[in-house]
Design a protein around this ligand. Structure first.
Ligand SMILES: [Zn+2]
Length: 346
């Protein structure tokens, strides 16, 4: 009996002195080895030590077997638990989806017009968004959420307090931070399965065409005509479709400019920038906060349609939304053969 009493004493003392459970187990193991060894040595004959320890050889062996079984069960449980809480792998092979991605995009995949093939096209797509402001905010968030695999974002501005009334991708804590980095952080926080390329600079004539050539589709959410014309020329040169949106005060518009596929370019529809003062910017004339949300979300929807081939494209149609009167309308737009930008191209 002394054997069991000793073991209970070790456990009791160990718990009292807050000895780690692993150490108590090791000490119990040593005791068990000693007791079982004595029983083995004096298996046939009686011996005072054996009698003092008490029990029998089968009894001690049985106790050891039970202890091994309990330890093995605990190890198995620990391994299963570790596997259950393993972090989701935020990367998967190109062209295939992890379980987490399939679950994430389930509402897309069940749409007849998108489905699994459409979601694969979204994952393989490379979209360049110029401007991480009012229009860029919903565009970038929805494209990231939709699982567009590679998103480039161009902007040279930093987040300011007066942006936050409508530029919902940025946070109060981001004030002073370059918009492309604030936007990148928000997009990756929303969807870690995508890649974001931030370009913290203003689009330049020298690299517009080269940058555009690296992407399948370009979205224009800029706030100035110089960049718009520059971007349009770059897209025409590279033969890339340009989904362009614009907003002012209560009204917004968008269209898909694509002379390589029969639609006009931006300069076909707007050959000249309006005279200074005739088309004031948001900073000069104001803009209602939700308007870029409406137009930007429409741009994101058109981008998803363009990538997946769903529905009717916005080529040759200028869509206009007037928030003040709650009206929307469409104007058919055509290529101009004498367009200074795309007249000789395509
Ligand atoms: Zn044109």
């Amino acid at each position: 009996m002394l054997g069991l009493v000793l073991m209970a004493g070790v456990v009791g003392l160990g718990l009292l002195m807050k000895v780690p459970a692993r150490l108590i187990a090791v000490m119990l193991g040593i005791l068990w080895l000693g007791f079982t060894g004595v029983h083995l040595l004096f298996f046939a004959a009686p011996h005072p030590v054996k009698d003092a320890i008490g029990g029998s050889l089968p009894g001690w062996l049985g106790l050891g077997a039970v202890a091994v079984l309990v330890l093995a069960y605990r190890a198995l449980l620990a391994r299963l638990r570790a596997r259950a809480v393993e972090p989701v792998q935020a990367t998967s092979k190109p062209g295939s989806f992890s379980e987490a991605e399939l679950d994430r995009y389930a509402r897309h995949i069940m749409l007849r017009e998108i489905g699994g093939p459409g979601q694969k096209k979204l994952k393989a797509a490379r979209v360049l968004v110029v401007g991480a402001g009012g229009l860029g905010s919903p565009v970038l968030l929805y494209l990231a959420a939709a699982g567009v695999g590679t998103i480039g974002v161009v902007d040279d501005d930093v987040v300011s307090n007066s942006n936050l009334q409508r530029q919902v991708i940025h946070r109060d804590a981001d004030i002073g931070m370059p918009k492309v980095f604030s936007a990148q952080a928000a997009m990756l926080a929303l969807n870690p399965f995508i890649t974001v390329h931030p370009y913290n600079r203003r689009l330049q004539a020298e690299d517009a065409a080269a940058l555009v050539a690296d992407y399948d589709l370009v979205l224009d959410g800029t706030d100035n005509f110089d960049t718009r014309y520059l971007l349009n020329a770059g897209c025409v040169a590279a033969g890339k479709p340009l989904l362009s949106g614009a907003i002012a005060q209560w009204e917004g518009q968008l269209s898909l400019y694509d002379p390589a596929r029969g639609a006009p370019c931006y300069a076909c529809v707007f050959p000249q920038a309006p005279a200074a003062g005739l088309a004031p910017s948001c900073a000069e004339a104001g803009v209602v906060g939700a308007l870029p949300g409406v137009i930007g979300a429409m741009m994101a929807a058109e981008a998803i349609k363009e990538i997946t081939g769903a529905g009717a494209s916005a080529r040759g149609r200028l869509m206009i939304y007037d928030a003040l009167w709650g009206e929307s309308r469409q104007i058919a737009v055509r290529r101009r053969p004498d367009c200074a930008v795309c007249g000789g191209a395509h």
